[in-house]
Design a protein around this ligand. Structure first.
Ligand SMILES: C[S@@+](CC[C@H](N)C(=O)[O-])C[C@H]1O[C@@H](n2cnc3c(N)ncnc32)[C@H](O)[C@@H]1O
Length: 282
């Protein structure tokens, strides 16, 4: 059973959009270096046209837009139109006029008339129903030699906060962990499988490396509120429970978060995979 089913994806992320926009600063703080590494892996530079898939509220879109400058542009794509509303307002607040939004599943981007120099996807590809289709679609709109770079979560054991709390949510929801290949937080945590997907989709010069990050949230209560408001996967898993059962699940997740509490704040190591490949020159 996937953590998010085919039809629930858009509505689940629409309902999490305000929460994601509120809390993405915590993720951005944790992922500042990883995000720069992703932009480097996609060779993003001044003047380029960039596609940012599954952009969420757009903190990495904004970093890309700052890099490409006024002569470049970034197209922010997401399956959730509410997320895109946040990207548009966050870009305006950052004084950027080179960000556009494109609504729809990343898997459907081929044939949309785009022509881009580079593409990125931070913490999205593993949640897609058909990641290979998304890789294919990006390559079909990517200039020859242009690079696509993605960040996904590495193995559960290297992401203890997420894997332990996810297991609690799955148990309360009465669902087994998703089988290999089904969308989920750790769906692309096997580096070989991830590289294989890039290669299957026709990318050349593929690269993969592990990237470390540390999530820090001011208190256990804040960490719990962040997960309740922003984490679409958990919201989807617990959505069908009665209020009482959902409360019981969040109570157990809170107890688990206490195990990551250091001097009051919640601090947890995260490990990501940064994979990239180039659209080969003909
Ligand atoms: C975990 S959030 C990451 C957001 C953002 N990239 C970040 O790192 O802050 C995952 C995002 O993927 C989007 N998403 C899920 N499935 C998608 C799909 N098939 N195509 C495009 N976006 C998708 C969700 O709406 C959500 O905004």
């Amino acid at each position: 059973m996937a953590e998010i089913d085919r039809h629930g994806n858009e509505s689940i992320w629409d309902s999490a959009a305000a929460g994601w926009a509120k809390w993405e600063f915590a993720l951005m703080e944790a992922l500042t270096d990883a995000t720069e590494q992703m932009l480097d892996a996609a060779s993003i530079d001044a003047g380029m046209h960039v596609l940012d898939l599954a952009c969420g509220a757009g903190s990495q879109t904004i970093r890309a837009a700052q890099r490409v400058g006024a002569s470049g542009r970034v197209i922010a794509n997401d399956i959730s139109s509410s997320m895109l509303d946040f990207v548009a307002s966050n870009a305006a607040l950052a004084g950027l006029s080179n960000v556009e939004t494109l609504h729809g599943p990343a898997e459907g981007l081929s044939g949309c008339g785009l022509h881009i120099d580079a593409a990125t996807c931070r913490l999205g590809l593993m949640l897609f129903q058909a990641p290979l289709d998304a890789l294919d679609a990006v390559r079909s709109v990517l200039t020859e030699g242009g690079r696509f770079a993605v960040l996904v979560f590495a193995s559960p054991k290297d992401n203890p906060l997420l894997s332990k709390t996810l297991m609690i949510a799955l148990t309360h929801a009465g669902k087994p962990p998703p089988p290999p290949g089904a969308p989920g937080l750790f769906a692309l945590s096997d580096p070989e499988r991830l590289l294989e997907l890039f290669e299957k989709a026709g990318y050349a010069d593929t690269k993969i490396e592990q990237v470390s990050a540390r999530l820090s949230v001011a208190s256990v209560d804040e960490a719990l509120t962040m997960m309740q408001e922003a984490f679409g996967v958990y919201r989807a898993l617990l959505a069908d429970l009665s209020e009482k059962d959902r409360e019981a699940a969040w109570k157990d997740i809170r107890e688990c978060l206490e195990g990551f509490s250091v001097d009051g704040s919640v601090d947890a190591d995260m490990t990501l995979l940064l994979a990239s490949g180039a659209n080969p020159k003909a």
